[in-house]
Each structure stands twice: as C-alpha cells, then as structure tokens.
Write a protein that binds this ligand. Structure first.
Ligand code: TYD
Length: 286
C-alpha cells in the first residue's frame, strides 16, 4: 500500500506506533511506520501536516474496531503543561492550534487555555486589563494578572494536569516576568515571587518562545486587526521600543532557563514554523 502511493521504501522507518488517519473517512488507525521527511507532494497525503512525523496519511478505508495505540497513551499518568510565549504578532496562538491538532491525532486529552483568562473570573480581569480606556500602573497590572492566574491555575490548569491532560496555554508566568518584571520595570525577582505565590510553584514542562523581528510581527498583528479578528488592545498600542524590549526579555528568559524554554524562529508560514516546533515536542507525548 505504501509503495502503491509513491513513497519509496528508503523514506520509511520502523517505529513502535504511528497514528494514521484516512483523509476520506477520518478513521484513525495505528501502524508500525513513520515517514521521517517532508511529506509534501506525495500522492494521496493530506498536506495539512506536511513535514510532521506523525502524518495524516491516506490509506485504504478498512474496518478498524480497535485502536491499539490508545492503550500506550493512557499509561501517561500525569499530564503535561506547555506554554506559548512571545511578542505580539509572532504567531504563537496559531502554533498552539497546530500543536492541538497534532495531539488530537495522538488521542491525548487536551485543554487549550490562555492568560490572562481561562476562567470566568480571569476573563473578567482580562477585559479590564485590555480595556484601552483604563490605565493601571505596573503594580495594579501585576496584581490583577496574578489574581486571574491564581484562579486559572487552581480551577483549570492544575486539575487538568492531575487528570493526565495536556494543557496548552497561550501565555503564562513568563509573560509577567517579561512585560511587568522587565519592560514595566517591576523587577524580575519580585515578579517571579508573585508568580510563585499565584501558581503555588506550578511551572510549565515546556515553554515555546516565538521570536521574530518586532516590526514584522507588528505588521502581521495589524493586518490581523484590520481583518477584524482581534479586538483593540491597550497593550497592542505600545511604541516600537516597547516591543523590542519584549523581544529581548523573552530571549533573556531563554538564556536563564535553557532546559525549559525553547526559542523558535517565527518567520514563514504556519506550516514552516510548525516544522520547527514539532521536533521539540517531548518524546513522552508521541
Ligand atoms: P492578547 O490579545 O492575548 O495578546 P497576544 O495575542 O499577543 O497574546 O493580549 C494579552 C496581552 O497581555 C499581551 O499584550 C501581553 C499582556 N500580558 C502581560 O502584560 N502580562 C502577562 O502576564 C500576560 C499573561 C499578558
């Protein structure tokens, strides 16, 4: 079957299990094959996941009563916590959705959430923080953020991880370190202390920082705004220097915590960026 659709034997490696999904009926099956290189252009393959090692793969629609790979995944007792960070317009939210799609194929339970936000209380705080008519100083800002975070961690994030879910969070404590601690000048150590109080010490297992030139990123964000997909935000309206400092802050974060924080070059199409994200995703989730 694999040769019938034009993939040479060299391109195929044996591996424990890989998820394949029929692009016609959506049925999921598990096989022992993985295609390690870019799949783009191969007959019969969905190009949505081009270059992913877990691939959307055209295969004959056969009846498949059982999904043996599901048993392997359910042995993961504690969940996993991944945060997505970066300046405005770097595409982190798009990458979060792509990681979600990939994890769905692997049949993980996924919780997608964001900060500020993620609970009723925290979403109300978010509306205050992003209201262009309000001008809280850095201290008011951090206390609002940490109040929202406390609720979010206790109501959503920690229970989900304890239940074995993979939590994908758009921004988390590192945004406070960079935006409030560094850029607004409240101090790294001080904000780290407040973060610890709010989270009870919960930290992401992996943080992906999406990095690109802030001017290009802002052009991206503004074209998105003009398409009407993002509401006006007070923090989006900061001067260019602010966004340069945000970028430097995230790069500094990666230097301080190299084992947790990975920097991804965010230029290019969503598929190109995801091809850089995919190899970094932990083995435990595959
Ligand atoms: P959002 O629209 O989510 O921005 P983006 O799409 O860039 O993520 O707005 C969130 C804003 O809140 C963003 O400008 C960064 C800011 N922010 C902080 O300043 N500190 C924080 O701790 C968090 C979580 C966000």
């Amino acid at each position: 079957m694999l040769e019938a659709i034009g993939v040479s034997g060299d391109a195929i490696q044996k591996r424990d299990t890989i998820c394949v999904i029929c692009v016609i009926c959506g049925q999921i099956e598990w096989t022992g094959f993985v295609i390690p290189s870019c799949l783009c252009g191969c007959d019969g393959i969905s190009i949505d996941f081009c270059a992913y090692s877990v691939s959307l793969w055209f295969f004959e629609c056969a009846e498949s009563p059982e999904i043996p790979g599901a048993a392997i995944l359910s042995t993961m007792s504690r969940g996993y916590f991944i945060t997505f960070e970066g300046g405005e317009g770097t595409g982190k939210s798009t990458q979060l959705l792509l990681v979600n799609d990939w994890l769905k194929i692997l049949r993980h339970t996924i919780v997608m959430t964001r900060e500020p936000g993620g609970t009723r209380l925290a979403e109300a705080v978010r509306a205050l923080l992003l209201d262009p008519e309000l001008e809280p100083d850095g201290f008011s800002e951090i206390f609002l953020l940490e109040a929202a975070r406390r609720d979010h961690v206790e109501q959503v994030i920690r229970p989900a991880i304890e239940d074995g879910a993979v939590v994908l969070c758009d921004r988390f404590t590192d945004s406070s370190l960079v935006y409030q601690g560094l850029v607004r000048g409240l101090g790294w150590k001080e904000v780290a202390g407040l973060n610890r109080l709010a989270t009870g010490g919960l930290e992401p297992d992996l943080t992906l920082v999406f990095d690109m030139d802030p001017e290009a990123a802002l052009r991206r964000a503004h074209s998105r705004n003009s398409e009407g997909s993002l509401r006006e935000s007070r923090l989006d309206d900061e001067p260019a220097e602010f966004h340069r400092r945000v970028r430097d802050g995230f790069l500094e974060l990666a230097e301080r915590e190299p084992s947790r924080v990975q920097v991804i070059k965010a230029g290019g199409s969503p598929e190109e960026v995801f091809a850089r994200v995919h190899p970094i995703l932990p083995e435990a989730l595959r």
